[in-house]
Design a protein around this ligand. Structure first.
Ligand code: NAD
Ligand code: UD1
Length: 360
């Protein structure tokens, strides 16, 4: 039976769709394309050599969402759909609470109605707030620093209550550390709207000449070079973690959280250097004031995922940099480039009906 992937047109969702199709799963994608392009779906099809149904549906529209469950037998849901920009969430908290939380509750109500009890949820290392020490394990205290983080925390709590109310549910909460990189083909990757908030897309946009220089947020943290340390993980390793989580929720009931990280931390300046070495492209930077709310050091203890799901990140930092660069240099304007629109999209179109064509 197919796996429903919400937010499957987005950065992590698209890479997970490729891994699911490669592993022989049938998938159905639901996405309202508010932060992604339909072109990513046609590229998933191209990479995997398979097509799949796509529903351009907003999780806030319960009736449209229910049609997906009426028209398809669904085995489990991987739930990526959500808004994720921290700064925007501070400016527009109600939008974030409504989209992320109401959207999830709608989805859960419909899953319950159609007796679909397995879910893999995209949580985030942000639920650890300002961690007191590293490496961070799943039993650390949880807190939120902003509305985005609070939506993740609240959804984790909602899912925990749901399991307590009915032990039929089987749920994996995947707490991602810092996904970077792209599929080896360079056909899918991260395509942020406007100026990137996160480090790696900012670096690649400086490298490709779209932005003049990187602003390094502070060099006075208690780290070897004074810049912030994070646990960067290749998005394909992360995607593979979802397949392991799917096996887990398919073979046992319960609710469990798992850190998906490498367990290694790199500073901002180490990232700039690793990128320059891997690609031969220089990244000019300047030091600016720290970004409010940033932790100094954040990296995972990923041993629970290794023990309980037999998952571990495998790809090196060099590969992460090379793959991020391949995607950015082949697609300097993300999915927008080389596209003309040749018709109108059917909101319930199957993947064969894609209406974009590429111009060589
Ligand atoms: P993304 O924005 O690329 O993908 C999210 C997708 O969800 C987009 O395609 C968007 O159009 C869709 N979407 C949003 N709201 C929707 C709605 N109401 N109905 C239907 N579709 C909707 O983000 P991503 O980086 O792929 O992240 C996926 C998930 O992982 C998100 O929940 C995010 O919060 C979480 N996460 C991401 C990171 C990261 O660094 N990228 C880190 C931790 C957690
Ligand atoms: C950010 C989010 C976090 C989210 C995570 C993954 C904030 C405050 N936090 O965290 O909620 O879970 O992304 O999506 O936005 N940096 C620079 N210059 C830049 C960009 C980043 O120096 O232009 C530094 C940051 O200070 C940090 C590191 O690079 O030390 C990584 O930053 P980023 O990629 O934004 O990830 P997080 O800070 O982990």
């Amino acid at each position: 039976m197919p796996i429903l992937v919400t937010g499957g047109a987005g950065y992590i969702g698209s890479h997970t769709c490729v891994e699911l199709l490669n592993a022989g799963y049938e998938i159905i994608v639901v996405d309202n394309l508010m932060n992604s392009k339909q072109e990513s779906l046609s590229r998933i099809s191209e990479i995997a050599g398979k097509s799949f149904p796509f529903y351009q549906v907003d999780l806030l529209n319960e009736q449209e969402l229910e049609k997906v469950f009426i028209e398809n037998e669904i085995d489990a849901v991987i739930h990526f759909a959500g808004l994720k920009a921290v700064g925007e969430s501070v400016r527009l908290p109600l939008r974030y609470y409504h989209n992320n939380i109401t959207g999830t509750i709608n989805l859960l109500n419909i899953m319950k109605k159609y007796d679909v009890n397995r879910m893999v949820f995209s949580s985030s290392a942000t639920v650890y707030g300002m961690p007191e020490r590293v490496p961070i394990s799943e039993d650390f205290p949880l807190s939120a620093l902003n509305p985005y983080g609070r939506t993740k925390l609240m959804i984790e709590e909602i899912l925990t209550d749901l399991y307590k109310s009915d032990h039929k549910w089987s749920i994996a909460l995947l707490r991602y550390f810092n996904p970077i990189g792209a599929h080896k083909s360079g056909m899918i990757g991260e395509d942020p709207n406007g100026i990137p908030n996160n480090l790696m897309p900012y670096i690649t946009q400086v490298a490709v000449g779209k932005l003049p220089e990187l602003s390094v947020f502070g060099n006075d943290y208690p780290t070897a070079d004074g810049t912030g340390i994070r646990d960067y993980i290749h998005v394909v390793d992360l995607a593979k973690g979802h397949l392991k989580a799917l096996e887990k929720v398919s073979t046992s009931n319960g609710i469990e959280s798992y850190n998906l990280g490498t367990g290694k931390g790199y500073s901002v300046l180490e990232m700039v250097e690793a990128f320059e070495v891997a690609t031969g492209v220089s990244v000019p930077y300047k030091i600016v004031t720290p970004r409010p709310g940033d932790a100094a050091i954040c990296f995972a203890d990923a041993s629970k995922a290794r023990k309980e799901m037999e998952w571990a990140a495998e790809k090196s930092l060099r590969e992460m940099c090379e793959d991020s660069w391949r995607w950015q240099s082949k697609n300097p304007n993300g999915y927008d480039e080389n596209l003309i629109q040749t018709g109108t999209g059917n909101p319930h179109s199957k993947s064969g009906d894609f209406f974009h064509v590429k111009i060589d």
